[in-house]
Ligand binder design. Structure first.
Ligand SMILES: [Zn+2]
Length: 83
């Protein structure tokens, strides 16, 4: 009876990004999410971050903002350690 639940191959999830029902294996795990997996599949996740990064690097304003953010982030981290 319990074996059925162990076989994740039968667990499927709908990805709204590519409009496809895929196996749970094709979704990245996300502990903070109630379902335990990310809302979009790995493929779309990769595509999204790649697209985001490409767009960001192509836009000098976005890129400068990102670099400023990273600088601030690391400065804040350093301060945390110092205190
Ligand atoms: Zn997808």
């Amino acid at each position: 009876m319990g074996d059925l639940y162990l076989d994740l191959e039968y667990d499927e999830k709908y990805c709204p990004d590519c409009d496809t029902v895929k196996s749970l294996y094709q979704f990245s795990k996300n502990i903070s999410n109630s379902g335990g997996v990310r809302g979009i599949c790995r493929e779309c996740d990769t595509n999204r971050s790649r697209k985001y990064r490409t767009e960001r690097d192509a836009d000098p304003i976005k890129r400068a903002r990102y670099l400023a953010y990273m600088k601030e982030y690391h400065a804040a981290k350093k301060q945390e350690v110092a205190v």
